[in-house]
Design a protein around this ligand. Structure first.
Ligand code: URA
Length: 235
């Protein structure tokens, strides 16, 4: 990996700043001052010192993103912007991907990472990591709808869903509701309401496991999340 890329990947300094640091002799690789900011290093093996302090290499990165509408949860797309297009350069790394998908018109919490093992654990159907959504529904929600979600409803194609929690947050003709599901079928929330003869007009994921989307993140913004917060995802 290029030295300046390494610094950027660890959110330590921009490429321009690395050039300056190298010029001033403040960066050492295995005890020897770095030759240039674009020299190649092996982060897992080399000892990198900045200002005399060892930089411990973070193998993986975990990013909380507030996905806006119109962006696809994919690594590439010919027509639309992808969640990777929204990752700022200081957090960007090779191998990033969204761990779990939201529909193009769904907004909210997407975890972007380069850690395949973690994503696998989080998405494993056996793990039943909960996902919490808020939605605006086309029609009033009845006690029967709430019971149907609670009992595990059947989608129009016959697929059975696990028990889910449906709660009305703001009642009305087009109520705001909260739904908690413990699996991740294709278009699941939309199909669950369809099975009750209703439409989802707006959908936002607010929580994965016990980790809530940071309300300070504007649509399209992201932030790095820490290890202890990751534990909250796996509950
Ligand atoms: N359920 C849906 O219908 N869409 C999503 O994006 C997520 C859950």
């Amino acid at each position: 990996m290029r030295l300046d890329k390494f610094f950027a990947s660890q959110s330590l300094a921009s490429r321009k700043e690395v050039k300056e640091l190298v010029k001033k002799g403040l960066v050492k690789i295995n005890g020897i001052p770095a030759r240039s900011s674009d020299m190649t290093i092996t982060p897992e093996e080399d000892v990198i010192l900045l200002n005399g302090k060892t930089i411990s290499y973070k193998e993986h990165i975990y990013i909380m993103m507030n996905k806006p509408q119109g962006v696809v949860s994919a690594t590439e797309d010919n027509l639309h912007a992808t969640v990777l297009d929204l990752v700022p350069p200081e957090l960007f790394r090779k191998g990033l991907f969204p761990a779990g998908r939201l529909d193009k018109d769904t907004v909210g919490f997407v975890l972007v990472t380069d850690d395949g093992d973690f994503a696998h654990r989080m998405l494993s159907p056996k793990k039943h990591v909960s996902k919490t959504y808020e939605a605006i529904i086309s029609d009033a929600v009845s006690p029967e709808d709430i019971s149907a979600f609670q009992e595990g409803l059947q989608l129009k194609d016959g697929t059975l869903c696990l028990r889910a929690e449906l709660k009305v947050l703001e009642p009305g003709k087009q109520p705001l509701v909260q739904i908690v599901i413990h699996e991740g079928k294709y278009h699941q929330i939309k199909r669950m309401f369809e099975a009750r003869g209703k439409k989802v007009l707006f959908l936002k994921r607010t929580k994965i496991g016990n980790l809530s989307l940071d309300e300070n993140l504007a649509p399209g913004e992201c932030k790095e999340i820490l290890h202890k917060e990751l534990d909250q995802i796996l509950e």
